[in-house]
Design a protein around this ligand. Structure first.
Ligand SMILES: *Cc1c(COP(=O)(O)O)cnc(C)c1O
Length: 473
Protein backbone atom coordinates (compact mmCIF):
# COMPACT_ATOMS: atom_id res chain seq x y z
CA UNK A 1 0.00 0.00 0.00
CA UNK A 2 1.44 3.45 -0.84
CA UNK A 3 1.93 5.79 2.15
CA UNK A 4 -1.40 7.57 1.81
CA UNK A 5 -0.89 10.14 4.58
CA UNK A 6 2.24 11.34 2.88
CA UNK A 7 0.55 11.29 -0.52
CA UNK A 8 -2.41 13.49 0.49
CA UNK A 9 -0.77 16.95 0.34
CA UNK A 10 1.03 16.07 -2.86
CA UNK A 11 -2.02 14.74 -4.66
CA UNK A 12 -4.14 17.69 -3.53
CA UNK A 13 -1.52 20.14 -4.82
CA UNK A 14 -1.32 18.22 -8.05
CA UNK A 15 -5.11 18.37 -8.48
CA UNK A 16 -5.20 22.04 -7.47
CA UNK A 17 -2.42 22.97 -9.92
CA UNK A 18 -4.19 21.15 -12.70
CA UNK A 19 -7.57 22.69 -11.76
CA UNK A 20 -6.05 26.18 -11.77
CA UNK A 21 -4.53 25.64 -15.22
CA UNK A 22 -7.73 24.07 -16.53
CA UNK A 23 -9.87 26.97 -15.34
CA UNK A 24 -7.39 29.50 -16.74
CA UNK A 25 -7.77 27.81 -20.14
CA UNK A 26 -11.59 27.84 -20.08
CA UNK A 27 -12.13 31.16 -21.90
CA UNK A 28 -9.92 30.10 -24.83
CA UNK A 29 -10.20 26.28 -24.94
CA UNK A 30 -12.18 24.60 -27.67
CA UNK A 31 -15.69 24.15 -26.34
CA UNK A 32 -16.70 20.72 -27.62
CA UNK A 33 -15.05 17.39 -26.93
CA UNK A 34 -12.29 16.39 -29.38
CA UNK A 35 -13.85 16.07 -32.85
CA UNK A 36 -14.31 12.50 -33.97
CA UNK A 37 -13.85 11.09 -30.47
CA UNK A 38 -15.60 7.76 -30.04
CA UNK A 39 -16.86 6.01 -26.93
CA UNK A 40 -14.59 3.08 -27.88
CA UNK A 41 -11.55 5.35 -27.59
CA UNK A 42 -12.67 6.57 -24.17
CA UNK A 43 -13.32 3.02 -23.06
CA UNK A 44 -9.88 1.96 -24.25
CA UNK A 45 -8.27 4.81 -22.31
CA UNK A 46 -10.28 4.26 -19.12
CA UNK A 47 -10.98 0.55 -19.18
CA UNK A 48 -8.98 -2.63 -18.90
CA UNK A 49 -9.15 -5.21 -16.15
CA UNK A 50 -10.44 -4.35 -12.67
CA UNK A 51 -7.40 -3.02 -10.77
CA UNK A 52 -6.16 -5.68 -8.35
CA UNK A 53 -3.28 -3.88 -6.65
CA UNK A 54 -3.19 -0.43 -5.00
CA UNK A 55 -1.67 2.39 -6.99
CA UNK A 56 -0.15 5.72 -6.00
CA UNK A 57 -2.87 8.42 -5.86
CA UNK A 58 -0.67 10.84 -7.87
CA UNK A 59 -0.44 8.33 -10.66
CA UNK A 60 -4.22 7.77 -10.50
CA UNK A 61 -4.89 11.48 -10.88
CA UNK A 62 -2.39 11.79 -13.75
CA UNK A 63 -3.89 8.84 -15.57
CA UNK A 64 -7.45 10.02 -14.96
CA UNK A 65 -6.67 13.44 -16.43
CA UNK A 66 -4.97 11.95 -19.47
CA UNK A 67 -7.79 9.50 -20.13
CA UNK A 68 -10.72 11.92 -19.80
CA UNK A 69 -9.31 15.12 -21.33
CA UNK A 70 -10.39 14.39 -24.94
CA UNK A 71 -13.94 13.71 -23.73
CA UNK A 72 -14.35 16.80 -21.57
CA UNK A 73 -16.65 19.52 -22.82
CA UNK A 74 -15.87 23.05 -21.68
CA UNK A 75 -19.30 23.54 -20.14
CA UNK A 76 -17.94 26.53 -18.23
CA UNK A 77 -16.91 28.23 -21.47
CA UNK A 78 -18.58 31.62 -22.03
CA UNK A 79 -19.49 30.24 -25.47
CA UNK A 80 -21.13 27.03 -24.29
CA UNK A 81 -24.80 27.50 -25.19
CA UNK A 82 -26.06 23.91 -24.96
CA UNK A 83 -29.18 22.87 -23.04
CA UNK A 84 -29.42 25.33 -20.11
CA UNK A 85 -26.23 24.72 -18.18
CA UNK A 86 -24.63 27.76 -16.56
CA UNK A 87 -21.03 27.85 -15.36
CA UNK A 88 -19.58 28.39 -11.91
CA UNK A 89 -18.54 31.73 -10.42
CA UNK A 90 -15.13 31.68 -8.70
CA UNK A 91 -16.42 31.89 -5.10
CA UNK A 92 -18.86 29.02 -5.66
CA UNK A 93 -16.22 26.93 -7.40
CA UNK A 94 -13.79 27.42 -4.51
CA UNK A 95 -16.49 26.74 -1.91
CA UNK A 96 -17.39 23.56 -3.78
CA UNK A 97 -13.80 22.37 -3.60
CA UNK A 98 -13.81 23.12 0.14
CA UNK A 99 -17.11 21.24 0.44
CA UNK A 100 -15.28 18.18 -0.87
CA UNK A 101 -12.31 18.75 1.42
CA UNK A 102 -14.54 19.25 4.48
CA UNK A 103 -16.61 16.21 3.46
CA UNK A 104 -19.55 17.08 5.70
CA UNK A 105 -22.65 14.94 5.77
CA UNK A 106 -25.37 17.59 5.53
CA UNK A 107 -28.28 15.41 6.64
CA UNK A 108 -28.68 16.63 10.17
CA UNK A 109 -27.69 19.55 12.39
CA UNK A 110 -26.04 17.33 14.97
CA UNK A 111 -23.70 15.86 12.35
CA UNK A 112 -22.65 19.23 10.97
CA UNK A 113 -23.99 22.42 12.53
CA UNK A 114 -22.17 24.60 10.02
CA UNK A 115 -23.52 22.91 6.88
CA UNK A 116 -27.05 22.91 8.33
CA UNK A 117 -26.93 26.61 9.22
CA UNK A 118 -25.45 27.58 5.86
CA UNK A 119 -28.48 26.00 4.19
CA UNK A 120 -30.82 27.86 6.52
CA UNK A 121 -29.18 31.24 5.85
CA UNK A 122 -28.80 30.68 2.10
CA UNK A 123 -32.41 29.44 1.95
CA UNK A 124 -33.71 32.61 3.60
CA UNK A 125 -31.65 34.79 1.26
CA UNK A 126 -32.94 32.88 -1.77
CA UNK A 127 -36.56 33.28 -0.75
CA UNK A 128 -36.08 37.03 -0.38
CA UNK A 129 -34.04 37.31 -3.58
CA UNK A 130 -36.64 35.48 -5.68
CA UNK A 131 -39.49 37.52 -4.17
CA UNK A 132 -41.25 34.53 -2.63
CA UNK A 133 -43.34 34.59 0.57
CA UNK A 134 -41.31 34.99 3.77
CA UNK A 135 -41.10 31.70 5.64
CA UNK A 136 -41.05 29.58 2.46
CA UNK A 137 -39.14 26.36 3.21
CA UNK A 138 -36.15 25.37 1.08
CA UNK A 139 -34.85 21.89 0.36
CA UNK A 140 -31.43 21.48 -1.29
CA UNK A 141 -31.59 18.86 -4.05
CA UNK A 142 -29.41 17.62 -6.89
CA UNK A 143 -31.36 19.58 -9.49
CA UNK A 144 -34.77 20.79 -10.60
CA UNK A 145 -35.92 17.24 -11.38
CA UNK A 146 -35.52 16.28 -7.73
CA UNK A 147 -36.93 19.67 -6.70
CA UNK A 148 -40.08 18.70 -8.63
CA UNK A 149 -40.10 15.35 -6.88
CA UNK A 150 -39.88 17.06 -3.47
CA UNK A 151 -42.42 19.80 -4.17
CA UNK A 152 -44.95 17.48 -5.85
CA UNK A 153 -44.64 15.11 -2.88
CA UNK A 154 -45.47 18.06 -0.59
CA UNK A 155 -48.38 18.97 -2.89
CA UNK A 156 -49.60 15.37 -2.84
CA UNK A 157 -49.57 15.46 0.96
CA UNK A 158 -51.50 18.73 1.17
CA UNK A 159 -54.24 18.00 -1.36
CA UNK A 160 -54.88 14.55 0.11
CA UNK A 161 -54.78 15.86 3.70
CA UNK A 162 -57.55 18.27 2.65
CA UNK A 163 -59.49 15.25 1.39
CA UNK A 164 -59.02 13.46 4.73
CA UNK A 165 -56.37 11.04 3.47
CA UNK A 166 -52.94 10.47 5.02
CA UNK A 167 -50.81 9.58 2.01
CA UNK A 168 -47.59 9.10 3.96
CA UNK A 169 -49.23 6.34 6.06
CA UNK A 170 -51.72 4.92 3.60
CA UNK A 171 -50.01 5.42 0.27
CA UNK A 172 -51.97 6.05 -2.89
CA UNK A 173 -53.85 2.76 -3.04
CA UNK A 174 -57.48 3.58 -2.36
CA UNK A 175 -56.78 7.30 -2.08
CA UNK A 176 -59.04 9.92 -3.64
CA UNK A 177 -57.87 10.64 -7.18
CA UNK A 178 -55.46 13.55 -7.59
CA UNK A 179 -55.81 15.52 -10.82
CA UNK A 180 -52.59 17.00 -12.13
CA UNK A 181 -52.99 19.73 -14.72
CA UNK A 182 -50.05 21.10 -16.71
CA UNK A 183 -49.21 22.73 -20.03
CA UNK A 184 -48.59 20.70 -23.20
CA UNK A 185 -45.04 22.09 -23.19
CA UNK A 186 -44.26 21.15 -19.57
CA UNK A 187 -40.65 20.04 -19.09
CA UNK A 188 -39.96 16.31 -19.21
CA UNK A 189 -38.54 16.42 -15.67
CA UNK A 190 -42.00 17.20 -14.32
CA UNK A 191 -43.31 14.00 -15.87
CA UNK A 192 -40.40 12.13 -14.28
CA UNK A 193 -41.42 13.54 -10.91
CA UNK A 194 -45.07 12.59 -11.42
CA UNK A 195 -43.97 9.07 -12.28
CA UNK A 196 -41.81 8.83 -9.14
CA UNK A 197 -44.46 10.11 -6.72
CA UNK A 198 -47.00 7.65 -8.08
CA UNK A 199 -49.25 10.10 -9.90
CA UNK A 200 -48.41 8.69 -13.33
CA UNK A 201 -47.00 10.77 -16.14
CA UNK A 202 -49.67 9.59 -18.57
CA UNK A 203 -52.55 10.67 -16.33
CA UNK A 204 -51.63 14.35 -16.23
CA UNK A 205 -54.15 16.55 -18.01
CA UNK A 206 -52.38 18.61 -20.65
CA UNK A 207 -53.63 22.10 -21.31
CA UNK A 208 -53.12 23.69 -24.74
CA UNK A 209 -50.24 26.13 -25.14
CA UNK A 210 -49.59 28.93 -27.61
CA UNK A 211 -46.82 29.20 -30.24
CA UNK A 212 -44.26 30.10 -27.57
CA UNK A 213 -45.24 27.18 -25.31
CA UNK A 214 -47.19 29.28 -22.78
CA UNK A 215 -50.18 27.66 -21.12
CA UNK A 216 -53.36 29.36 -22.35
CA UNK A 217 -55.35 30.54 -19.32
CA UNK A 218 -58.70 30.26 -21.11
CA UNK A 219 -57.94 26.59 -21.84
CA UNK A 220 -56.88 26.02 -18.23
CA UNK A 221 -60.18 27.50 -17.05
CA UNK A 222 -62.08 25.20 -19.41
CA UNK A 223 -60.19 22.15 -18.09
CA UNK A 224 -60.75 23.12 -14.44
CA UNK A 225 -64.45 23.77 -15.06
CA UNK A 226 -64.84 20.18 -16.34
CA UNK A 227 -63.05 18.59 -13.38
CA UNK A 228 -65.08 17.19 -10.49
CA UNK A 229 -64.26 18.74 -7.09
CA UNK A 230 -61.31 17.07 -5.39
CA UNK A 231 -57.54 17.09 -4.97
CA UNK A 232 -55.92 19.06 -7.79
CA UNK A 233 -52.39 20.19 -8.59
CA UNK A 234 -51.74 22.74 -11.34
CA UNK A 235 -48.21 23.16 -12.70
CA UNK A 236 -47.17 26.33 -14.52
CA UNK A 237 -43.91 27.05 -16.24
CA UNK A 238 -41.66 30.08 -15.80
CA UNK A 239 -39.20 29.69 -18.68
CA UNK A 240 -39.98 27.15 -21.41
CA UNK A 241 -36.85 25.12 -22.11
CA UNK A 242 -36.83 25.88 -25.86
CA UNK A 243 -38.32 29.36 -26.21
CA UNK A 244 -37.73 30.76 -22.71
CA UNK A 245 -41.39 31.86 -22.62
CA UNK A 246 -43.34 32.36 -19.41
CA UNK A 247 -46.85 31.17 -18.70
CA UNK A 248 -49.12 34.00 -17.50
CA UNK A 249 -48.68 33.06 -13.86
CA UNK A 250 -50.87 35.82 -12.38
CA UNK A 251 -53.83 34.84 -14.56
CA UNK A 252 -53.21 31.15 -13.83
CA UNK A 253 -53.14 31.93 -10.09
CA UNK A 254 -56.51 33.71 -10.49
CA UNK A 255 -58.00 30.61 -12.15
CA UNK A 256 -56.52 28.33 -9.48
CA UNK A 257 -57.81 30.56 -6.66
CA UNK A 258 -61.37 29.91 -7.81
CA UNK A 259 -60.92 26.28 -6.89
CA UNK A 260 -59.99 26.40 -3.19
CA UNK A 261 -57.45 23.86 -2.02
CA UNK A 262 -55.84 23.55 -5.44
CA UNK A 263 -52.05 23.53 -5.28
CA UNK A 264 -50.12 25.69 -7.74
CA UNK A 265 -46.56 24.61 -8.57
CA UNK A 266 -44.12 26.56 -10.74
CA UNK A 267 -41.27 25.06 -12.78
CA UNK A 268 -38.77 27.90 -12.80
CA UNK A 269 -35.58 25.92 -13.28
CA UNK A 270 -33.92 28.90 -14.97
CA UNK A 271 -36.79 31.33 -15.53
CA UNK A 272 -37.42 32.05 -11.85
CA UNK A 273 -34.18 34.05 -11.83
CA UNK A 274 -35.90 36.71 -13.97
CA UNK A 275 -37.48 37.74 -10.67
CA UNK A 276 -34.14 39.20 -9.58
CA UNK A 277 -33.97 41.68 -12.48
CA UNK A 278 -36.21 44.77 -12.22
CA UNK A 279 -36.54 45.01 -16.04
CA UNK A 280 -37.53 41.30 -16.33
CA UNK A 281 -39.54 40.87 -13.15
CA UNK A 282 -42.81 41.39 -15.08
CA UNK A 283 -42.24 37.99 -16.73
CA UNK A 284 -42.92 36.22 -13.43
CA UNK A 285 -45.68 38.55 -12.17
CA UNK A 286 -47.82 36.69 -9.65
CA UNK A 287 -45.22 33.97 -9.03
CA UNK A 288 -45.33 34.61 -5.28
CA UNK A 289 -48.95 33.40 -5.31
CA UNK A 290 -47.90 29.79 -5.99
CA UNK A 291 -47.56 27.09 -3.34
CA UNK A 292 -44.26 25.65 -4.53
CA UNK A 293 -41.41 26.36 -6.90
CA UNK A 294 -38.57 24.30 -8.35
CA UNK A 295 -35.41 25.98 -9.54
CA UNK A 296 -31.73 25.31 -10.12
CA UNK A 297 -28.69 26.93 -8.56
CA UNK A 298 -26.47 25.11 -11.07
CA UNK A 299 -28.05 27.02 -13.95
CA UNK A 300 -28.34 30.79 -13.51
CA UNK A 301 -26.85 31.15 -10.05
CA UNK A 302 -23.72 29.63 -11.66
CA UNK A 303 -22.94 27.18 -8.89
CA UNK A 304 -21.11 23.92 -9.81
CA UNK A 305 -23.18 20.79 -10.35
CA UNK A 306 -25.26 19.44 -8.69
CA UNK A 307 -27.51 21.98 -7.07
CA UNK A 308 -31.29 22.37 -7.19
CA UNK A 309 -33.78 24.09 -4.89
CA UNK A 310 -37.21 22.90 -3.78
CA UNK A 311 -39.23 25.78 -2.35
CA UNK A 312 -42.52 25.18 -0.52
CA UNK A 313 -44.76 27.75 1.18
CA UNK A 314 -46.42 25.20 3.52
CA UNK A 315 -43.49 24.02 5.66
CA UNK A 316 -45.65 21.41 7.39
CA UNK A 317 -46.57 19.82 4.04
CA UNK A 318 -42.91 19.61 3.03
CA UNK A 319 -41.85 18.13 6.37
CA UNK A 320 -44.72 15.66 6.28
CA UNK A 321 -43.59 14.49 2.84
CA UNK A 322 -39.83 14.37 3.47
CA UNK A 323 -39.25 14.39 7.25
CA UNK A 324 -37.25 11.70 9.01
CA UNK A 325 -37.75 10.27 12.47
CA UNK A 326 -35.66 7.53 14.10
CA UNK A 327 -34.52 6.99 17.69
CA UNK A 328 -30.83 7.15 16.82
CA UNK A 329 -31.33 10.46 15.02
CA UNK A 330 -32.10 12.84 17.86
CA UNK A 331 -33.58 16.24 17.11
CA UNK A 332 -31.08 19.10 17.06
CA UNK A 333 -30.32 20.42 20.55
CA UNK A 334 -32.02 23.75 20.02
CA UNK A 335 -34.70 22.41 17.65
CA UNK A 336 -32.59 23.66 14.74
CA UNK A 337 -33.50 22.77 11.19
CA UNK A 338 -32.36 19.31 10.11
CA UNK A 339 -31.77 19.43 6.34
CA UNK A 340 -33.02 15.86 5.85
CA UNK A 341 -36.55 16.98 6.78
CA UNK A 342 -36.65 19.08 3.58
CA UNK A 343 -35.17 16.78 0.91
CA UNK A 344 -35.21 13.06 0.10
CA UNK A 345 -31.71 12.01 1.12
CA UNK A 346 -30.37 11.42 4.58
CA UNK A 347 -26.63 11.39 3.88
CA UNK A 348 -25.57 13.85 1.28
CA UNK A 349 -23.10 16.47 0.14
CA UNK A 350 -23.22 19.87 1.87
CA UNK A 351 -24.35 21.66 -1.25
CA UNK A 352 -25.37 24.75 0.71
CA UNK A 353 -21.75 25.96 0.86
CA UNK A 354 -21.36 26.84 -2.84
CA UNK A 355 -24.87 28.30 -3.00
CA UNK A 356 -24.07 30.50 -0.02
CA UNK A 357 -20.75 31.54 -1.57
CA UNK A 358 -22.39 32.48 -4.89
CA UNK A 359 -25.02 34.60 -3.14
CA UNK A 360 -22.42 36.28 -0.97
CA UNK A 361 -20.02 36.85 -3.84
CA UNK A 362 -22.49 38.25 -6.38
CA UNK A 363 -25.12 39.87 -4.23
CA UNK A 364 -28.52 40.78 -5.61
CA UNK A 365 -26.96 43.29 -8.03
CA UNK A 366 -24.40 40.81 -9.36
CA UNK A 367 -26.99 38.12 -10.02
CA UNK A 368 -29.29 40.62 -11.73
CA UNK A 369 -26.41 41.83 -13.88
CA UNK A 370 -25.64 38.28 -15.09
CA UNK A 371 -29.26 37.48 -15.96
CA UNK A 372 -29.67 40.82 -17.70
CA UNK A 373 -26.38 40.59 -19.63
CA UNK A 374 -27.06 36.99 -20.70
CA UNK A 375 -30.48 38.03 -21.96
CA UNK A 376 -28.90 40.93 -23.84
CA UNK A 377 -26.41 38.56 -25.51
CA UNK A 378 -29.28 36.23 -26.47
CA UNK A 379 -31.00 39.17 -28.15
CA UNK A 380 -27.72 40.15 -29.86
CA UNK A 381 -27.32 36.62 -31.25
CA UNK A 382 -30.97 36.53 -32.34
CA UNK A 383 -30.65 39.90 -34.11
CA UNK A 384 -27.39 38.82 -35.76
CA UNK A 385 -28.98 35.58 -36.97
CA UNK A 386 -32.10 37.33 -38.25
CA UNK A 387 -29.88 39.64 -40.30
CA UNK A 388 -28.25 36.70 -42.13
CA UNK A 389 -30.01 35.83 -45.42
CA UNK A 390 -31.89 32.54 -45.19
CA UNK A 391 -31.90 32.46 -41.38
CA UNK A 392 -35.12 32.66 -39.38
CA UNK A 393 -35.39 33.10 -35.62
CA UNK A 394 -38.48 31.13 -34.69
CA UNK A 395 -39.11 32.22 -31.10
CA UNK A 396 -39.86 35.50 -29.41
CA UNK A 397 -36.64 36.17 -27.50
CA UNK A 398 -37.91 37.27 -24.09
CA UNK A 399 -35.03 35.94 -22.01
CA UNK A 400 -31.95 33.82 -22.76
CA UNK A 401 -33.21 31.29 -25.32
CA UNK A 402 -32.88 31.53 -29.11
CA UNK A 403 -34.26 29.08 -31.69
CA UNK A 404 -33.30 29.49 -35.33
CA UNK A 405 -33.68 27.64 -38.60
CA UNK A 406 -31.47 27.80 -41.68
CA UNK A 407 -32.65 27.92 -45.33
CA UNK A 408 -35.91 26.40 -44.06
CA UNK A 409 -34.05 23.08 -44.28
CA UNK A 410 -33.78 20.30 -41.69
CA UNK A 411 -30.64 19.09 -43.45
CA UNK A 412 -28.80 22.42 -43.38
CA UNK A 413 -29.91 23.16 -39.81
CA UNK A 414 -28.73 19.77 -38.52
CA UNK A 415 -25.49 19.96 -40.48
CA UNK A 416 -24.80 23.38 -39.00
CA UNK A 417 -25.13 21.96 -35.47
CA UNK A 418 -22.60 19.22 -36.27
CA UNK A 419 -20.18 21.71 -37.80
CA UNK A 420 -20.41 24.15 -34.87
CA UNK A 421 -19.72 21.36 -32.38
CA UNK A 422 -16.67 20.23 -34.37
CA UNK A 423 -15.40 23.74 -35.08
CA UNK A 424 -14.90 24.45 -31.39
CA UNK A 425 -15.50 28.20 -31.02
CA UNK A 426 -18.91 27.67 -29.47
CA UNK A 427 -21.25 24.80 -28.65
CA UNK A 428 -25.01 24.44 -29.01
CA UNK A 429 -27.40 21.69 -29.94
CA UNK A 430 -30.50 21.19 -32.00
CA UNK A 431 -34.13 20.69 -31.09
CA UNK A 432 -37.48 20.04 -32.67
CA UNK A 433 -39.85 22.67 -31.39
CA UNK A 434 -43.55 22.26 -32.25
CA UNK A 435 -42.50 20.13 -35.22
CA UNK A 436 -39.80 22.49 -36.53
CA UNK A 437 -36.13 21.45 -36.58
CA UNK A 438 -34.03 24.31 -35.18
CA UNK A 439 -30.82 25.17 -33.40
CA UNK A 440 -31.21 25.97 -29.73
CA UNK A 441 -29.02 28.52 -27.99
CA UNK A 442 -29.19 29.12 -24.26
CA UNK A 443 -27.15 31.91 -22.68
CA UNK A 444 -26.72 31.34 -18.95
CA UNK A 445 -23.01 31.60 -18.11
CA UNK A 446 -21.80 34.37 -15.79
CA UNK A 447 -18.80 35.13 -18.03
CA UNK A 448 -20.58 35.47 -21.39
CA UNK A 449 -20.21 38.90 -22.98
CA UNK A 450 -21.15 40.63 -26.22
CA UNK A 451 -17.72 39.67 -27.58
CA UNK A 452 -18.68 36.01 -27.14
CA UNK A 453 -21.94 36.76 -28.93
CA UNK A 454 -20.02 38.30 -31.85
CA UNK A 455 -17.52 35.43 -32.05
CA UNK A 456 -20.37 32.94 -32.03
CA UNK A 457 -22.15 34.74 -34.86
CA UNK A 458 -18.91 34.67 -36.89
CA UNK A 459 -18.53 30.94 -36.27
CA UNK A 460 -22.14 30.33 -37.30
CA UNK A 461 -21.62 32.32 -40.52
CA UNK A 462 -18.52 30.26 -41.38
CA UNK A 463 -20.20 26.93 -40.61
CA UNK A 464 -23.32 27.95 -42.51
CA UNK A 465 -21.27 28.71 -45.63
CA UNK A 466 -19.67 25.25 -45.33
CA UNK A 467 -23.02 23.55 -44.77
CA UNK A 468 -24.43 25.23 -47.87
CA UNK A 469 -21.38 24.32 -49.91
CA UNK A 470 -21.75 20.69 -48.78
CA UNK A 471 -25.45 20.67 -49.68
CA UNK A 472 -24.80 22.17 -53.10
CA UNK A 473 -22.08 19.57 -53.75
C1 LIG B 1 -33.15 22.10 -16.67
C2 LIG B 1 -34.62 22.13 -16.47
C3 LIG B 1 -35.25 21.19 -15.65
C4 LIG B 1 -34.52 20.02 -15.05
O1 LIG B 1 -33.52 20.44 -14.20
P1 LIG B 1 -32.32 19.49 -13.75
O2 LIG B 1 -31.54 20.38 -12.86
O3 LIG B 1 -31.60 19.10 -14.99
O4 LIG B 1 -32.90 18.33 -13.04
C5 LIG B 1 -36.61 21.34 -15.42
N1 LIG B 1 -37.32 22.32 -16.00
C6 LIG B 1 -36.74 23.23 -16.82
C7 LIG B 1 -37.59 24.30 -17.40
C8 LIG B 1 -35.37 23.16 -17.07
O5 LIG B 1 -34.80 24.07 -17.87
Amino acid sequence: MPDLDAATPAVLRQAADYAIDYRASVPTRRVGARPGLTSDELRAALGGPLPEAPRDPRQVVDELIAAVEPGLVTIDSPRYFGFVMGGSVPAALAADILTTAWDQNAGLYLATPAAAMVEEVAGEWLVELLGLPAGTAVGFTTGATMAHFVTIAAARHAVLRNAGWDVEEQGLQGAPEIRVVLGKDAHVSLFNALRMVGLGRGRAIRVATDDEGRMITRELRAVLAELPAGPTIVCAQAGEVNTGAFAPIDAIADAVAERPGTWLHVDGAFGLWAAVVPSLRHLVAGVERADSWATDAHKWLNVPYDSGLALVRDVAALRAAMGVAAAYLPPAPGAERDPFDYAPEMSRRARGFPVYAALRSLGRAGIAEIVERNSRVARQIADGLAAMPGVRVINEVVLNQVLARFDDSDEVTRDLVRRIQDEGTAWFGGTTYHGTVAIRISVSNWATTEEDGARTLDAIARCLAEARAARDG
